[in-house]
Design a protein around this ligand. Structure first.
Ligand SMILES: [Zn+2]
Length: 414
């Protein structure tokens, strides 16, 4: 879409963003826009300090350990180095990885030449454009940043306050912020700046300019894969369905984004939908979460700093059916990695039974809890069916007298 030639009728983009003069501190926008990307969600893994009302001293399993323990009994004091609480039973939730997006400051944007208006409502669609500029074969980052600067100058020449579109993808697959403020709002997933890329849609459609002319040429693979990632990220951040991805010509009489790129929009919607569906879903169930249940024989301890969250549960082995259970809602049929977190202390049980329930059966995995604690330990990958149920249980039915531990579990869709 972008015409640097204001008389062109093919890409008429009216800057209809002049009515609202809400004052924005541009320095703040620039500062926040410098932040690149957002990592995948995940609960902070921390072993907190705090009161330790029921410390569970580890049983000692061997003579050597017994001797050592007698010399230096384990301290029951909270670990002063321990960081703040992990959120109990935190849901990591769905998160689509953000492609790296160069902010205006990174690619060297000029200052906007007027007020950039904003809306607090989230956009409801994505509009795809092409820049109608040359299909260059310089796929470098420098070339990407240059087209971003060129577009801004073209749009200044149209009399606009700033770059018209929200985001730009170069032929080499570099993603850049367009209009100042677009990136920070996208990262916050709240509101947007009013663009100038499609009359009537500038406050409700995120405009993406794709460098090149796609009337007869096909976009380079690098551009395409970044565009898919970018659209998936936008859809995730703003809650836009992948079906709401359109071409500029769907709203304005224009050839943009070119016949070829326009004909690829069904493919774009479907690849974005696949990216969203495949994004990693993850859930953590801690022993303090609502999804945890255990009988009275399972006592609570905060003895080990390797615990997940504030505490963990422990019990003595017994030939009884007395499970500590972790329940969760499996969102869809699919393959899931199942992991357990527990403090690994020399003296805890070396053969603790963990039972994984797939929805169509169960598997028992024996875990050595005398070592390797304070981290996620994989119990394997399982085909699981959707539904809410006990997904993992810890059993007391094992040998010896060393404590079995139930602390936290994590499921991740693969
Ligand atoms: Zn356009």
């Amino acid at each position: 879409m972008h015409e640097h030639v204001p008389s062109s009728t093919d890409h008429r983009h009216d800057d209809d963003s002049h009515d609202d003069h809400s004052s924005l501190d541009r320095r703040d926008l620039l500062r926040s826009a410098v932040v690149l990307g957002i990592g995948a969600a995940g609960a902070t893994i921390a072993a907190p300090a705090g009161a330790a009302p029921a410390a569970a001293a580890p049983r000692v399993a061997t003579q050597a350990v017994a001797a050592r323990a007698a010399d230096a009994p384990p301290s029951l004091a909270p670990d002063p180095e321990a960081p703040a609480d992990a959120p109990p039973g935190a849901l990591a939730g769905v998160e689509v990885a953000a492609p790296t997006i160069a902010s205006c400051a990174t690619w060297g944007a000029a200052a906007a030449r007027g007020t950039i208006d904003t809306v607090s409502t989230n956009p409801n669609k994505i509009l795809i454009h092409h820049t109608a500029s040359a299909n260059v074969t310089d796929y470098s980052q420098a070339a990407g940043y240059q087209i971003a600067r060129d577009i801004q100058q073209w749009h200044f020449a149209n009399g606009w306050v700033d770059t018209g579109q929200h985001l730009t993808v170069s032929r080499g697959g570099y993603v850049m912020e367009g209009r100042h403020g677009s990136l920070s709002r996208l990262q916050n997933g709240s509101g947007t700046v009013v663009g100038a890329h499609a009359p009537g849609q500038n406050s409700q459609a995120i405009g993406i300019e794709n460098q090149g002319t796609y009337t007869s040429a096909t976009p380079p693979a690098q551009l395409w894969s970044r565009l898919v990632e970018l659209c998936a990220y936008i859809c995730d951040q703003y809650g836009i369905a992948p079906t709401q991805i359109y071409g500029h010509r769907d709203y304005t009489a224009t050839a943009c984004p070119g016949d070829v790129l326009y004909s690829m929009l069904p493919q774009l919607r479907s690849e974005v939908a696949a990216a969203l569906a495949g994004s990693s879903w993850s859930v953590i169930v801690d022993n303090t979460s609502a999804g945890f249940a255990a009988g009275a024989s399972w006592l609570t301890s905060s003895f080990s700093a390797e615990r997940y969250g504030a505490s963990y549960r422990y019990a003595t082995p017994a030939e009884v059916s007395d499970l500590a259970t972790f329940s969760a809602t499996i969102p869809s049929n699919g393959s899931y990695r199942v992991e357990a977190w527990f403090p690994g202390i020399d003296g805890y049980n070396t053969s603790t039974p963990f039972i994984v329930y797939t929805g169509s059966g169960s598997s028992t995995i024996r875990v050595d809890q005398s070592t390797g604690g304070g981290a996620w330990l994989s119990l394997g990958t399982y085909a699981m069916t959707a539904g809410t149920r006990t997904v993992v249980a810890v059993s007391r039915w094992t040998q010896g007298t060393a404590y079995v531990i139930a602390d936290a579990i994590r499921l991740t869709r693969l």
